[in-house]
Write a protein that binds this ligand. Structure first.
Ligand SMILES: [Zn+2]
Length: 251
């Protein structure tokens, strides 16, 4: 199993899964963590079991609907019914978790309280302000100012590959600035990493890391909804409050 990590979130149990280490057959090979993509439920359950064994975490999840609703995790949720696109956890060992295959996963962590959040932000969620909504929710839950929160923007379809219509590019430029659109006027490409970074900084964050890995470019490593024509698996992005204070013992 290969799990990518953020340097900024090093004190928190967290990660971004890849295809490696699972039991699903093609086209979901191998570590597919998506429940609603046509894969055998027994294979998906085994993949989750392996991730839990590897990390020692339980996973609080939501049913993602490309919106901006944030929920606070009450406990583990193997087959989530609650519709939302971000989840907050304050319980050590319980990971806030979202699933993606091109959409942007954003992990937030509060080094003061140990609280965390995971956000699912495709173009709809990015434009609607999903990351900023999660910042406000985590800050409200923990009492920590957004300026002290840490964020990691994980693997997703990158500005190298994400062609969109000129109309959608125009909406993003108007909302988040010219820096979030690349390419010529005829075939613009969206930079969802820059868009979410701009949204996070606009919400008050100072520390934002972009992993800069494109799901469409790295076929062996990532599922990509667009590249694979919709028949593909899902990766998970997760973060959990640490068992001891993230600030560590006072020396
Ligand atoms: Zn790419």
């Amino acid at each position: 199993m290969e799990i990518l990590e953020s340097r900024l979130l090093a004190r928190f149990p967290h990660g971004f899964t890849t295809r490696a280490g699972g039991v699903s057959p093609p086209p979901w090979d191998g570590l597919n963590l998506g429940d609603r993509v046509g894969d055998d439920p027994a294979a998906v359950a085994e993949n989750w079991r392996r991730l839990a064994a590897r990390t020692g975490l339980a996973f609080a999840r939501v049913r993602q609907v490309h919106g901006v609703r944030v929920v606070v995790a009450a406990g583990e949720d193997a087959l989530p019914a609650v519709e939302a696109d971000a989840i907050v956890s304050r319980r050590p060992g319980l990971a806030a978790c979202v699933s993606v295959a091109d959409c942007v996963p954003v992990l937030l962590a509060d080094p003061v309280s140990g609280g965390v959040a995971a956000v699912h932000a495709g173009w709809r969620g990015t434009l609607a302000g999903a990351a900023a909504a999660a910042v406000r929710a985590l800050s409200r839950e923990t009492g920590t100012a957004p300026a002290r929160l840490l964020a990691a923007i994980g693997p997703s379809i990158g500005p190298c590959c994400y062609e969109v219509s000129p109309e959608l590019a125009g909406q993003f430029e108007a909302s988040l600035g010219a820096g979030v659109v690349r390419g010529g006027a005829g075939r613009p490409r969206l930079d969802l990493w820059a868009a979410n970074e701009a949204a996070l900084r606009g919400a008050g964050l100072r520390a934002v890391e972009i992993l800069g890995r494109c799901t469409a470019c790295e076929r062996e490593r990532f599922f990509s909804h667009r590249r694979d024509g919709g028949r593909t698996g899902r990766m998970a992005a997760f973060a959990a409050p640490p068992a001891i204070s993230p600030a560590g013992p006072v020396p």
